[in-house]
Design a protein around this ligand. Structure first.
Ligand SMILES: C[S@@+](CC[C@H](N)C(=O)[O-])C[C@H]1O[C@@H](n2cnc3c(N)ncnc32)[C@H](O)[C@@H]1O
Length: 204
């Protein structure tokens, strides 16, 4: 007998990962090094962090990258749509007094401030309307601000969890470059890690 995998939504998927103790922040060292293949030290370096900068992470997850950026900036805001994930991030990051966490959908959350650095890794695949995502980043970026984006090279259109699957929207490098230009930003640097394309851009 053939069993169809049921579709699941983003919030249920990420809430469930936490229920199942799947937390990249608490991974063993070899698994942490594996996750670095989507971003890693070069991605952090590209942010040009200083103790004067206000930073936003879109899709902060459980704080894997935020923990590496927060010690080098003034203030870090992390937004994530999954309540369980944000709860876990607040435990994982409790030693950082300069981190604020927001549980909301980035697409419709109204921010009361702008940022010097905005970064996001492994998250744009969840957004169907990528142009809107990038236009919103452009609006939230201060003059001379930096946007660091990691996009997965994989072109899968779902995350297959065996008994269920989550629909995702694969990122194509050329399309993302086009969206960045349409948002009146320019790409200052682009490089690859093993699993991702990294795009660094800034407002014109
Ligand atoms: C694959 S995880 C990456 C987490 C983190 N960036 C990392 O690399 O460890 C993607 C995260 O994006 C969040 N996310 C997905 N769609 C979102 C949205 N519309 N607004 C805010 N967060 C979202 C998910 O809840 C999840 O925690």
């Amino acid at each position: 007998m053939r069993h169809e995998r049921r579709d699941i939504d983003i919030i249920t998927h990420y809430n469930k990962l936490i229920d199942d103790e799947n937390d990249p922040f608490r991974d063993s060292q070899p698994l942490k090094e594996y996750m670095d293949k989507w971003d890693g030290p070069l991605f952090i370096d590209s942010m040009n962090l200083t103790f004067a900068k206000k930073v936003l992470e879109i899709g902060v997850g459980t704080g894997r990258i935020a923990a590496k950026a927060a010690p080098f900036c003034l203030q870090l805001t992390g937004i994530d749509i999954s309540p369980n994930t944000i709860r876990r991030a607040s435990e994982n990051l409790s030693c950082f007094k300069n981190i604020e966490l927001i549980c909301a959908d980035f697409s419709d959350y109204i921010f009361e401030e702008t940022f010097d650095v905005i970064y996001s890794s492994l998250t744009l695949i969840h957004f169907e309307n990528k142009q809107n995502f990038i236009c919103k980043v452009s609006e939230l970026l201060n003059e001379n601000g930096i946007f660091c984006l990691s996009i997965d090279k994989s072109q899968n259109d779902s995350i297959d969890m065996g008994n269920y699957k989550l629909k995702i929207y694969p990122d194509k490098l050329d399309d993302i470059a086009e969206y960045i230009h349409s948002a009146n930003m320019y790409i200052s640097k682009q490089f690859d890690t093993e699993f991702a394309h990294i795009i660094i851009s800034t407002n014109r």
